[in-house]
Write a protein that binds this ligand. Structure first.
Ligand code: NAD
Ligand code: UGA
Length: 435
């Protein structure tokens, strides 16, 4: 059993804290947001993440997990301080490190015993050294025994608890072998490969992994666009490619592109890091361009089918950046809605979990109670996020409600043949075979 403090109680911090508590450790999760902590104290989850509530509840009840806004209380007995605060995009695409700095300073201000600082936030290469410097400067000569270990996180939203508990690998970066092996001990119960390396390499592995996954998606989207022109079916192309063991089937779903809190900001941050150190990033540039165009192509396709978008009523199903989350950061749906509204279209939308988040930002859009209310009177319907509950809608009813039976299936969720036989004018992404 170890004593942990987790600074930042968002997707990563809360999952990390709850899962380490579940493995038998004593964990205090700390956040500067009083509303978030007050909710958590009442067992109200601040985010929608399947399975998380049960893990939190069990471990709070067992006395292994607690929440506070007070860093002093959180760090008092901690052997490890995990930093899991946000690193959003700055104006130039760089990772904004203000929250990491604040977290590091708060550790420096309130700890007076040996401690291992474990950085879980996604941070530019070199940040581990910088955190050590921030802490040392802040101590202003007051001695503190501490080490910094980089431990990038690879969980996905929507399957975060599982991803944490059954990881493909754990990466630990530090120049202090003793600190690395102490952090490795925390992960031993997970029985997964643990790769130990230096700080900078560990930080780079995180960016290289996210950028590679984004590259795969942009690649299949480019292939999808070529399929549309040449009469091929990207679904079968991806399947055929994925059967090659060297390629594999994951992350080859063509669609409206990648969004979320991480791929967009991390690809941008890697690009910024590289160019600011004199490297060219032609591939990363192309990966980002393809992604931006994927969303624009959807709007252009609707404009083409409807003549123009002014005063047209468009329905959008799915608002979160992927299914099983209420996270709408950089969601394809939001950009498409914006582009449609800019051209004078009126938009109605529905999402199973993201309505509350959207209410604050979609001022012009009509938010509906279900997919059928969305379908009423619309000139076209766009599927933007492939939630399970959209898989088997009452399509006869949907068609009878729509003004025009135009469907753009932005995630290739539905059976094209069935949709056509029901009388829809159906298009997917990369389905050149349907033309
Ligand atoms: P988030 O926005 O959900 O949560 C961050 C939390 O940190 C917020 O609750 C905020 O109030 C808190 N915070 C900010 N400054 C603080 C401070 N000084 N002290 C205490 N708390 C503070 O962020 P997230 O999605 O959990 O991401 C955190 C980091 O992990 C990012 O670097 C991200 O790139 C990385 N990451 C995220 C995911 C993911 O799926 N979301 C996966 C892997 C890695
Ligand atoms: C991603 C990575 O998968 C995690 O390993 C990483 O830890 C995390 O980013 C992070 O650093 O925050 P996440 O953003 O939660 O996780 O979700 P993904 O499942 O990777 O999906 C990202 C985006 O790509 C979504 O918009 C999704 O719709 C899109 N996507 C995914 C596709 O368009 N096609 C695919 O084949 C797969």
């Amino acid at each position: 059993m170890s004593q942990l403090c987790v600074i930042g109680t968002g997707y990563v911090g809360l999952v990390t804290g709850a899962c380490f508590a579940d493995l038998g450790n004593q964990v205090v999760c700390m956040d500067v947001d009083p509303e978030r902590i007050s909710k958590l104290k009442q067992n109200i989850m601040p985010i929608y993440e399947p399975g998380l509530e049960q893990v939190v509840e069990q471990n709070v009840n067992a006395g292994r997990l607690s929440f506070t806004t007070d860093i002093k209380e959180a760090i008092r007995d901690a052997e490890f301080a995990f930093i899991a605060v946000g690193t959003p995009s700055g104006d130039e695409g760089e990772a904004d490190l203000q929250y990491v700095r604040a977290a590091a300073e708060s550790i420096a201000d309130h700890v007076d015993h040996p401690i291992i600082i474990v950085n879980k936030s996604t941070v530019p290469v070199g940040t581990g050294d910088w955190v050590a410097e921030v802490v040392t400067k802040r101590r202003a000569g007051k001695a503190l025994e501490f080490q910094v270990v980089s431990n990038p996180e690879f969980l996905r939203e929507g399957s975060a608890v599982n991803d944490f508990m059954i990881p493909d690998r754990v990466i630990l970066g530090s120049l202090e072998p003793k600190a690395t092996s102490q952090v490795a001990t925390l992960y031993q119960p997970l029985r997964c490969p643990i790769l130990e390396t230096d700080l900078r390499t560990a930080e780079m592995i995180k960016y290289a992994s996210n950028a590679f996954l984004a590259t795969r998606i942009s690649y299949i989207n480019e292939i999808a666009n070529i399929c549309e022109e040449l009469g091929a079916d990207v679904l079968v192309v991806a399947k055929g490619m994925g059967l090659d063991k060297r390629i594999g089937p994951a992350f080859l779903d063509a669609g409206l592109g990648w969004g979320g809190s991480c791929f967009p900001k991390d690809v941008k941050a890697l690009d910024h890091m590289a160019t600011m150190h004199g490297s060219q990033t032609k591939l990363l540039q192309a990966v980002m361009d393809i992604n931006r165009n994927q969303r624009r192509r959807a709007v252009m396709s609707l404009r083409k089918q409807l003549g123009n978008l002014n005063d047209k009523l468009i329905g959008v199903l799915g608002l979160s950046f992927k299914p099983n989350t209420d996270d709408i950061r950089d969601a394809a749906a939001l950009e498409i809605i914006h582009l449609l509204e800019v051209e004078g279209a009126r938009v109605k939308a529905y999402d199973p979990q993201a309505m509350e988040a959207c209410r604050k930002i979609l001022k012009k859009t009509t938010l509906c109670k279900d997919p059928y209310e969305v379908a009423e009177d619309v000139d076209a319907l766009v599927l933007a996020t492939e939630w399970n509950e959209f898989k088997q809608l009452d399509f006869k009813r949907i068609k009878s409600l729509m003004k025009q039976p135009i469907i753009l299936d932005g995630r290739n969720l539905w059976d094209a043949r069935q949709m056509k036989s029901l009388g829809f004018i159906y298009s997917g992404i990369g389905r050149g075979n349907l033309k």
